[in-house]
Design a protein around this ligand. Structure first.
Ligand code: DLL
Length: 434
């Protein structure tokens, strides 16, 4: 179902008119209120009024995560503190978190965008949504919560983890939808099987709303098959609003619709910063055109994917983004070759004997990078059939080499020896210290 027919199906020309109007308002606003933007635009020799068309956007400087760190905690806020009703933060790998704020209107916008997200997944009043995204500073829990409540679903705010309890409630309450990271959906499935629960027979689930980390179409099939549900992908990042930036519709499952009435998207070449044509792979850059508390101009996400402009059969007119390949900054460079964990994953998940839990371990041996792919045996498969395991490792090594162009060593390990996650999965261990 389409939650907001008017905006979600707005013809392109009206949408672009709306975007330009909102963009110009935004630029005047941040120029007047945020020192960082005034200084960076002055340095680039641009005034808000120089932006006369959407294509002029590319004249503006980028905003980086580092700029948020440099202005920690509230330096980029564009409203006085008494208008900020919520703070969230995302943990960085180093140092201080990235802090974001919301005005009451920002919370309403976010709620609307998540209502669109759940509607597109087929969730409606009468559904019981088990929300297993983490509640707290992470935007997943509360973001999903407000949106699902808005459409009238009964929300179970269980948060992440506590798998036994998750399953008990799923069964006893008859949850019809659940939301969490895709890696947690797989880990929860194992707990269900161990507890003697057959998700297809014992549960009423029909759809899962998964995101917050990269996953492949092969992993989607696996989740759908195991749980007996439709699985849709949702995308977002705290800096832009949280979840609710883009969502898949359950009828097409073919790219995520970007809420373009609130965010302008560009794809750029991450090395040169140049805007690239739609359809080509590059880094996503977002400009928030309605956000009040912390508007961002040309924010570099580091997420790599491509945009789809062909119309979708669901009738929404927004541009779509393909699945995220990975991040340009946790993209691994091994012996000079760019490698995304998702490329390796797409090979591993096709093997019946293996489970979709894996870890890429990178080391440096002298001047040489080495890659080890650790992957687990599936439930019920044992290490004793050594000859067969050797054959499987060899064939994986050659398939991975063909896919990514890098030689690796595959190490098959016992079922359940790779650490499970309740939130975002850790797929890479880089020991190179570079
Ligand atoms: O992960 C917001 C979110 C919550 C999205 C729940 C979807 C569902 P952050 O913690 O700030 O925010 O992390 C943002 O996660 O830049 C991507 O690298 C990655 N990411 C988010 N969604 C997807 C997805 C939330 N569907 C970072 N596919 C982003 C791939 C994703 N990567």
């Amino acid at each position: 179902m389409i939650w907001n027919e008017h905006y979600e199906t707005l013809p392109r020309e009206y949408l672009e008119e709306l975007q330009l109007r909102r963009l110009r308002e935004l630029l005047n606003n941040v120029y007047a209120r945020v020192d960082f933007y005034r200084e960076s635009m002055d340095k680039a020799g641009i005034k808000p009024d120089d932006i006369k068309s959407l294509s002029d956007l590319s004249k503006l400087p980028f905003t980086y995560k580092q700029d948020m760190r440099d202005n920690y905690p509230f330096g980029l806020f564009a409203v006085p503190q008494e208008q900020v009703v919520r703070l969230h933060a995302s943990s960085g790998t180093t140092g201080k978190p990235t802090v974001v704020g919301y005005t009451r209107r920002d919370i309403d916008t976010w709620t609307e965008l998540m209502a669109r997200t759940f509607s597109a997944a087929g969730v409606a009043a009468g559904d019981i949504l088990q929300n297993a995204y983490g509640y707290g500073l992470f935007t997943g829990g509360l973001g999903a919560h407000y949106g699902a409540e808005k459409i009238g679903a009964s929300v179970i705010p269980i948060s992440c983890g506590n798998s036994q309890k998750q399953l008990m409630l799923m069964k006893d309450f008859g949850s019809t939808a659940f939301s969490c990271t895709p890696s947690y959906a797989l880990s929860l499935y194992e707990t269900a099987i161990d507890a003697g629960i057959d998700p297809k027979k014992d549960l009423k689930l029909k759809v899962g709303i998964f995101g917050a980390e990269p996953w492949t179409d092969a992993m989607r099939e696996e989740i759908e098959e195991k749980w007996g549900i439709d699985a849709v992908d949702i995308y977002g990042l705290s800096e832009i609003i949280g979840p609710g930036v883009a969502f898949e519709c359950v009828e097409a499952k073919n790219g995520m619709h970007i809420n373009e009435d609130h965010f302008i998207v560009e794809t750029i070449n991450p090395e040169t910063g140049e805007v690239i044509p739609n359809g080509e792979e590059g880094e996503l850059v977002f400009t928030t055109i309605t956000k009040e508390a912390i508007p961002l101009v040309r924010y570099r996400t580091r997420d790599v994917t491509s945009l789809i402009t062909e119309p979708c059969k669901c009738g929404r007119s927004f541009v779509r983004m393909n699945k995220v390949m990975g991040r340009s900054d946790d993209m691994l460079i091994i012996r000079g070759v760019n490698v995304y964990p998702s490329q390796v994953e797409s090979i591993l998940v096709q093997k019946e004997e293996l489970s979709p839990h894996y870890l890429l371990v990178v080391n440096r041996d002298g001047n040489m990078d080495t890659l080890e792919v650790q992957v687990e045996l599936a439930e019920g498969q044992f290490m004793d059939r050594i000859r067969r395991l050797q054959d499987l490792s060899k064939s994986l090594e050659s398939e991975i080499k063909t896919m990514i162009g890098v030689t690796c060593k595959v190490r098959i390990v016992e079922h359940k020896t790779i650490a499970r996650s309740e939130g975002k999965a850790k797929r890479v261990q880089d020991n190179r210290n570079i």
